[in-house]
Ligand binder design. Structure first.
Ligand SMILES: C[S@@+](CC[C@H](N)C(=O)[O-])C[C@H]1O[C@@H](n2cnc3c(N)ncnc32)[C@H](O)[C@@H]1O
Length: 417
């Protein structure tokens, strides 16, 4: 089967003939030939395919791992075209016309990377292969220092003889190396996720090889799941690293979420602030208080609700170190009474608001700022619930995730008369 890619779906190019085939790393205007396919989640996915004629929207990818690495599906697209496509796809799903703001930096913007340490090599996961690992030499979206981090890791493993993780057998000692960088503070957090406790000798070597770290953690992993999470123990340096966005300092810990693009975060915060009205603000799904603390510094009286107690602790710490009037509490959004707020910010997980949407409708609150990385979930929440009481006042898209199909949407909703 051959033809021109006409559109994109779930980040993949779509080739339509008698059948509809999804082609990874292909873009609108590409002329491709697909020789074999496989079924995945009810869709046909191209397995063996070639690019016969490139789309004019293409650019030379900067990273040598493009095409195998699962990190950057869209790096072969010009950045302008990436933004236009994101806007178009968001519009198609939600029927909302929104302007899009590009990331101020499209290289070196990511503040976190999780390098997997396996018997097949150290690096990032291969696209479409749960057992495949790209033996990483560089990662231009993360950091220029990637080779230095990986060298330290390899030397450390060599000296200590610790065994890398075997993805199939689910055995081994070291599973992930997580690095986080404060892009505006220069601070670096190194967090090794391992299935064993370190001996004295291993700890000494760990401190030596990663002596550049502001904060050095060993996370003991108690399960066999393939994720970079464990029980974090501080080995050396500071318990947190800091990121600075304008006049706000945020603390980062191995077990806390932080927005991954420090450079575009200011645009996101400005967009949220732009839709926030009145005096009293509720930050639902507040995480580590990223929005709440920013808004409190701008004079709003902020309360936050978040299900994860550790995130709440971090949010209150963030409020404290910035000296702002914001209080965060542990709670479930769907069980939170919403009274006497002027604006409610919601930044739910990918599945959307679900039951919390009805609470908002019944609340009588004047304005909602809906932050969403999943336009399909927003559409369901809006069409099924929020629309009964709110109209869309405007929307802005911020590209927090260059070279991927994802985008963050900030949608302002106001109560109908
Ligand atoms: C997309 S994140 C929001 C992150 C936050 N805005 C920040 O920048 O740190 C979604 C947050 O919702 C929290 N969460 C998930 N389900 C929840 C619920 N039912 N009630 C309250 N919070 C919930 C998660 O723990 C997570 O911190």
């Amino acid at each position: 089967m051959r033809g021109i890619i006409t559109t994109m779906e779930d980040g993949l190019g779509v080739l339509e003939d008698r059948r509809r085939v999804h082609v990874p790393f292909a873009y609108p205007g590409d002329y491709v030939v697909v020789r074999s396919t496989r079924r995945r989640f009810g869709k046909l996915l191209a397995r063996n395919f070639n690019l016969l004629e490139p789309s004019p929207l293409r650019q030379m990818p900067r990273c040598r791992h493009f095409g195998t690495c699962g990190g950057c599906l869209w790096q072969g697209l010009k950045y302008r075209a990436q933004l236009e496509l994101k806007k178009e796809i968001f519009g198609k799903i939600t029927r909302i016309k929104a302007e899009i703001k590009g990331s101020p930096k499209i290289w070196g913007f990511r503040n976190v990377s999780n390098f997997i340490v396996t018997t097949d090599g150290i690096g990032l996961k291969e696209y479409g292969n749960p057992f495949g690992v790209v033996r990483l030499k560089e990662c231009p979206v993360f950091s220029k220092r990637t080779p230095e981090y990986l060298r330290a890791l390899r030397d450390f493993l060599k000296e200590t003889g610790l065994k890398p993780w075997n993805l199939r057998a689910k055995t081994g000692e070291v599973h992930y190396l997580q690095i986080r960088e404060g892009k505006f503070t220069g601070e670096v957090m190194v967090n090794l996720i391992a299935h064993v406790e370190p001996s004295e000798g291993v700890l000494e070597a760990f401190k030596d090889y990663f002596s550049f770290a502001t904060s050095l953690y060993w996370s003991l992993k108690h399960d066999e799941r393939d994720d970079p999470h464990g029980e974090a123990e501080l080995i050396a340096g500071e318990p947190y690293i800091r990121e600075r966005i304008e006049d706000i300092t945020y603390l980062i810990h191995p077990n806390s979420f932080f927005q991954t693009n420090s450079h575009a975060l200011k645009l996101l915060l400005n967009a949220v602030e732009g839709f926030t009205d009145g005096e009293r603000v509720l930050d639902l799904y507040s995480g580590v208080g990223t929005f709440g603390v920013w808004l409190a510094r701008r004079g709003f009286k902020v309360e936050g609700i978040e299900i994860n107690p550790f995130a709440v602790e971090m949010a209150n710490r963030n409020a404290e170190i910035n000296g702002v009037d914001a209080v965060f509490r542990v709670g479930k959004a769907e069980e939170t009474p919403i009274e006497n707020y002027d604006t409610v910010i919601v930044d739910p997980p990918r599945k959307g608001l679900k039951e919390a949407a009805d609470l908002l409708v019944k609340s009588g609150v004047e304005g909602i700022v809906y932050v969403s990385c999943n336009p399909k979930a927003f559409k369901l929440d809006y069409e099924r619930h929020l629309k009964k009481a709110y109209r869309i006042d405007g929307a802005v898209l911020i590209d927090m995730f260059p070279h991927t199909p994802h985008v963050e949407a900030i949608i302002g909703l106001v109560r109908k008369e």
